[in-house]
Design a protein around this ligand. Structure first.
Ligand code: SAH
Ligand code: SF4
Ligand code: F3S
Length: 472
């Protein structure tokens, strides 16, 4: 049994990382033929992509996916720790599984993902959920075959969670959700330690994947017919810093743009590491999408400092305007936290002012949620929950007006859309995403699924656009 430990999770040293190729031992191949699994994913794109890898591994082991947990022999939860409600959802789900387990004694249940890396969660599971089959962490989920085997052999809960990051594993099987859009990891972990955030503890130190491995993966995705890749990391703009002297996200984007992939996206960007060279590269290549997620978190310098974000509002705005000026039709989205400990009405109004300046194309807004073990959780907080909720409401009202305003500017224009499928609601209607990551519902006489087609925008809503294919 290996339990998580935050002191260890926090350590950063100069260790070099080896790269290993994933290989499923012969004895596990098709071992579970005839068995079924159900997998539920919480959290960010990193977790979604980990789930694709987990599904790939399970399917090599012979498991078959079912979309109802009642029909599954194995239920897996890939969890998220970012806010309290993510926790509550996962524990609520475990409650439902417990009922199933009472009537289905052989049901296997596993928990993985970021919650597995939390000291408090591992201890709670040991005490209150001993009926689980296994818990594995984010650093070693590829060991699922061995851990499952041990749990079944010993008939006891296996907790295998490493607090420190492990070497990088390449060539993991992946059961990708989309046939047209693919996630590609470029950097794991995060070294920023924003004071409110649990990710550096659950995902460990920053480790970049080798450029050759990334480019090879993208080249084979192109051959398989993929149209779009999203380069993933908690802070993609730090790419290469731990690995190369002169190779950063700017160079990686340049190399990726030279593959034949039609669309390149990347997320998430931390303003601190965003260089002028990166902006120039995004502006230069047509297959790098003019869409940037640039979390600001707060518009108050006092709060930004307490958050440990390493930039001021003025520095953020300079970067923001540079992007808008250099990258044609650039859409910028953001994340904002409301109700950080001690946030005053004045601090909050500064956030509103910043939103009025930036007029974001999209914004994800969150109520601050204290995470055990992070520095911010120890700060005094005298703002009531009601006040915080009222602020979130005011903020959402404001950001929504700009979503609509920006969308309206596209009415009458023809924009490129990657067609993802048929609308479930209306016959003859399709949906897809524009270059600037806007959801477009449109009519077409022909099914262009998987292609990028020009769509004339006819109407704008807050969260989507309507249109028709302008190709005969
Ligand atoms: N690496 C990314 C974001 C990762 S988490 C970045 O730095 O931008 C996604 C978002 O969740 C963050 O941008 C932040 O807005 C929000 N978040 C993180 N920790 C939070 C907390 N403790 N409470 C509320 N929101 C939080
Ligand atoms: Fe969390 Fe900050 Fe790292 Fe983003 S940059 S994952 S908010 S510590
Ligand atoms: Fe959640 Fe872990 Fe992602 S905490 S947001 S799943 S990195």
């Amino acid at each position: 049994m290996q339990l998580p430990n935050y002191r260890e999770a926090k350590t950063r040293d100069k260790r070099e990382y080896q790269t290993h190729s994933y290989h499923l031992l012969e004895k596990y191949k098709k071992k579970y033929e005839g068995k079924t699994y159900f997998l539920k994913t919480y959290g960010c794109q990193m977790n979604e992509h980990d789930s694709e890898n987990i599904m790939g591994i399970l399917e090599e082991m012979g498991f078959r996916f079912v979309d109802s947990m009642e029909d599954a022999d194995l239920i897996l939860l890939n969890t998220c720790s970012i806010r309290e409600n993510a926790h509550n959802k996962a524990f609520g789900f475990l409650g439902r599984i417990k009922h199933l387990k009472e009537t289905k004694k052989d049901l296997m249940v596993g928990l993985c993902g970021c919650m597995a890396q939390e000291e408090v969660v591992a201890n709670t599971i040991k005490e209150k959920y001993p009926w689980l089959t296994f818990v594995i962490g984010t650093h070693n989920f590829y060991q699922l075959p061995e851990v499952l085997e041990e749990a079944l052999k010993t008939k006891t809960l296996q907790i295998e969670v490493y607090s420190r990051e492990q070497d990088l594993i390449e060539k993991m099987p992946s059961n990708r959700k989309s046939k047209y859009k693919a996630y590609v990891n470029i950097i794991y972990g995060c070294d920023k330690f924003c004071t409110y955030c649990i990710v550096p503890y659950t995902r460990g130190r920053q480790r970049s994947r080798k450029k050759e491995d990334i480019l090879k993966e993208i080249e084979s995705l192109v051959k398989e017919g993929y149209q779009e890749v999203t380069l993933l990391g908690q802070n993609v703009n730090a790419y290469g810093k731990d690995l190369y002297d002169n190779y950063s996200l700017a160079e990686l984007l340049t190399d990726v743009s030279k593959t034949k992939i039609k669309r390149i996206r990347f997320m998430t960007s931390h303003p601190w590491d965003f260089t002028n060279e990166m902006i120039d590269v995004i502006a230069k290549y047509d297959n790098i999408m003019p869409s940037i997620h640039l979390p600001v978190q707060s518009g108050s310098n006092r709060i930004l400092k307490l958050m440990g974000r390493r930039y001021t509002k003025e520095e953020y705005l300079t970067l923001f305007h540079k992007m808008k000026e250099k990258i044609k039709n650039c859409a910028i989205s953001t994340d904002i936290i409301v109700g950080f400990p001690g946030e005053t009405e004045e601090d909050f109004e500064e956030t509103l002012d910043l939103v009025k300046t930036c007029k974001y194309d999209n914004a994800f807004t969150f109520l601050y949620s204290p995470r055990v073990g992070t520095p911010a959780a120890k700060l005094e907080d005298n703002v009531s929950k009601e006040e915080k909720e009222a602020r979130l409401y005011r903020l959402n009202d404001l950001v929504n007006t700009y979503f609509l305003e920006n969308n309206k500017k596209l009415v009458g224009k023809t924009i490129p859309v990657l067609v993802e499928g048929k609308s479930l609601k209306k016959k003859g209607e399709y949906f897809g995403y524009s270059d600037t990551q806007k959801l477009v519902n449109f009519t077409s006489d022909k099914d262009y699924e998987g292609e990028i087609v020009p769509v004339l925008i006819t109407d704008a809503k807050t969260w989507s656009l309507d249109g028709k294919v302008s190709r005969s």
